[in-house]
Write a protein that binds this ligand. Structure first.
Ligand SMILES: Cc1cc2nc3c(=O)[nH]c(=O)nc-3n(C[C@H](O)[C@H](O)[C@H](O)COP(=O)(O)O)c2cc1C
Length: 259
């Protein structure tokens, strides 16, 4: 097994951390490697990473990230931003035409930001630290942008918490490779294939959620009886909240001139 494949296979999201601070030189070397080692659209490097260690800011971010405990516990949060501010200031200084203040620009920078984010995760994991993504960033973009003082054409696309792990969770499964790979053209799954693909997941996923007492309590309280129901219940990915926050995201991107 290669070192990289070993690193991939030892990945787990970490949700309980020691308070030990992360040395600044380690943070900087991981971020430098991550940036150097990731492709970048047009090599425009349209990304900014905002480090949060200040306790008061972490408390505000904790509230914005739906009070997920690791936001307070982990010594470091990194918010990855799609960033055209720097590039556009440079274009302006040189008298070049303006660009990237549009929805396509948003996507280009958001993809670059996710590439850097995943490289940063791998870098920290390679040094024995743990990480967890905070998908809640997408639901609280305007509030996070205000807290972090993001200018026009800068948007937070994801956040990670980073620290020394204080737990050793089991490795989580993924759907079988055959569910991801298509040869030459997209081949929609038959209902039988869907049954096969999700059979193990329905057992393992359900067992995992039922082994976490607060989640089990919610599942029982809400009368949820299957993993599929859980995923679109109001305690997980509620379609009404997705519709509401989609509208909020759209309005935010418009105010930031990214739509
Ligand atoms: C974009 C993204 C957002 C995520 N957001 C959250 C989150 O808000 N809270 C959380 O506990 N885990 C979050 N996760 C972690 C996933 O739950 C986790 O990766 C998945 O369950 C698989 O587990 P593993 O990472 O341990 O293999 C997120 C992962 C990704 C890629």
């Amino acid at each position: 097994m290669t070192a990289l494949s070993q690193l991939f296979n030892s990945h787990r999201s970490i949700r309980t951390y020691k308070s030990t601070p992360i040395p600044q030189d380690l943070i900087e070397s991981v971020c430098a490697d991550a940036i150097a080692g990731g492709s970048s659209s047009g090599n425009l490097n349209s990304v900014s990473l905002i480090l949060t260690r200040d306790e008061a800011k972490k408390k505000t971010l904790f509230d914005l990230h739906l009070k997920q405990s690791m936001v307070l516990q982990a010594p470091l949060l990194i918010t990855f931003c799609a960033d055209w501010h720097r590039t556009r200031e440079w274009l302006k200084l040189r008298g070049a035409r303006d660009n990237f203040n549009n929805f396509l620009g948003y996507h280009v920078a958001a993809f670059d930001a996710m590439i850097v984010a995943q490289n940063v995760c791998l870098g920290f994991e390679a040094h024995g630290l743990g990480i967890c993504y905070m998908g809640t960033t997408l639901h609280a973009m305007p509030e996070i942008a205000e807290l972090l003082e993001l200018p026009e054409t800068v948007a937070p696309v994801t956040t990670i918490v980073v620290g020394y792990p204080d737990e050793n969770p089991n490795k989580r499964d993924r759907l079988p490779l055959g569910a991801f790979l298509h040869d030459e053209r997209y081949r929609p799954n038959t209902p039988e294939e869907i049954e096969d693909t999700y059979r193990d997941r329905e057992v393992k996923g359900w067992e995992r959620y039922m082994s976490i007492p607060p989640i089990k309590a919610v599942i029982e309280r809400e009368g949820i009886t299957s993993l599929a129901d859980f995923y679109t219940s109001k305690v997980k990915y509620d379609p009404e909240i997705f519709a509401r926050d989609s509208a909020k995201l759209e309005a935010f991107l418009r105010t930031k001139k990214l739509l």
